[in-house]
Write a protein that binds this ligand. Structure first.
Ligand SMILES: O=C(O)[C@H](O)[C@H](O)COP(=O)(O)O
Ligand SMILES: [Mg+2]
Length: 308
């Protein structure tokens, strides 16, 4: 197997950074591991976004994190001193909601979604008028009872209008939710995921990701979900349609090879930039079986400030 061309290292190279910025009109920016870690915004990120915008560049935030809706993210950005607009944000919860409402088009008698995930998914489904159950409903945040075993087994506790199961990052996952979802899938419901990231970078550490939350259903049903987050090209096509992207003049910036960088490469974007403040490290793309190799990399996003 021929070695993949290794990325250009930009950190500290003012001329290369300027050439990099001038080469693109639109920057698609990942969030967890690039902009912030949990509620902590990385140093210099606010100024870096200001620099890109001052040079007439469009900044679009593309996150796989489905726990928040686009309007939640506008609030999170504002709290960090980053002006943004709902129109600048494309999350996997939104990507999933528009896929279900505009592409999947569930039959009217089975148009409900059983959600495994947080409020972000529910808000985006509501914005697309897609009915759902499960999710943050407190009646699902408890242990199984004898009635649950019996009612799930004979179907009397299941909602016949559920036609789809959607899994995302869920900080309240439990056996009751998994059992309902499993039975809906056994009965033929469509299996979707907002994203399948194995880990979640936050609090300067790592936690189980959305993909690890949905894995018990993959294992128990033998089915794989259709994933609507990065690197899904359904998401890229939706972004291209919305922002009228010139792919050659667009660069994806991310911290994860098998989501962000693959997303940019499969999307045939003009460039991909990896940052080393999140999941992936140099060894990951230098490895023979690398999931993807970025075109450029920096230690951290704010290294682009050297261009100023
Ligand atoms: O488990 C997850 O959902 C992901 O780790 C998280 O959402 C990643 O978000 P992103 O880096 O795409 O902003
Ligand atoms: Mg990330």
């Amino acid at each position: 197997m021929t070695a993949q061309p290794q990325p250009e290292y930009l950190t500290g190279d003012v001329a290369a950074i300027n050439a990099f910025i001038d080469r693109f009109d639109v920057f698609l920016l990942d969030c967890d591991g690039v902009i912030w870690s949990g509620d902590h915004v990385f140093e210099g990120v606010v100024e870096t976004l200001e620099l890109l915008r001052s040079r007439g560049k469009r900044t679009v935030f593309v996150t796989n994190n489905s726990t928040k809706s686009r309007s939640d993210y506008v609030k999170k950005f504002a709290a960090m001193g980053i002006p943004s607009d709902v129109e600048d944000i494309f999350g996997s919860a939104y990507s999933s909601a528009i896929y279900i409402s505009r592409i999947l088009k569930l039959p009217p008698h089975q148009n409900k979604v059983f959600v495994i995930g947080e409020a972000g998914i529910e808000s985006e489904l509501k914005s697309e008028n897609v009915p759902f159950i499960g999710g943050t409903d407190p009646s699902f945040r408890r242990d199984m009872t004898p009635e649950d075993w019996a009612g799930i087994a004979d179907g009397s506790l299941l909602d016949p209008e559920v036609g789809c199961v959607l899994t995302g990052l869920d900080f309240h996952i439990n056996y009751l939710k998994l059992s309902h979802a499993y039975q809906y899938l056994r009965r033929g419901a469509k299996f979707l995921a907002t994203n399948v990231d194995s880990t979640f970078p936050t609090h300067n550490s790592f936690f189980p990701g959305a993909g690890s939350i949905g894995m018990p259903l993959v294992n128990s049903t033998g089915q794989k979900p259709v994933s609507l987050g990065k690197p899904s090209q359904a998401m890229m096509d939706a972004i291209e349609g919305k922002f009228h992207l010139d792919r050659e003049r667009t660069c994806m910036i991310g911290d994860r090879l098998d989501t962000d960088i693959q997303f940019g490469i499969q999307g045939k974007l003009g460039g991909t930039l990896a940052v080393l403040t999140g999941v992936s490290h140099r060894e990951d793309w230098e490895a023979k079986n690398a999931a993807a190799v970025p075109k450029f990399y920096v230690d951290k996003l704010s290294d682009l400030l050297k261009a100023a």
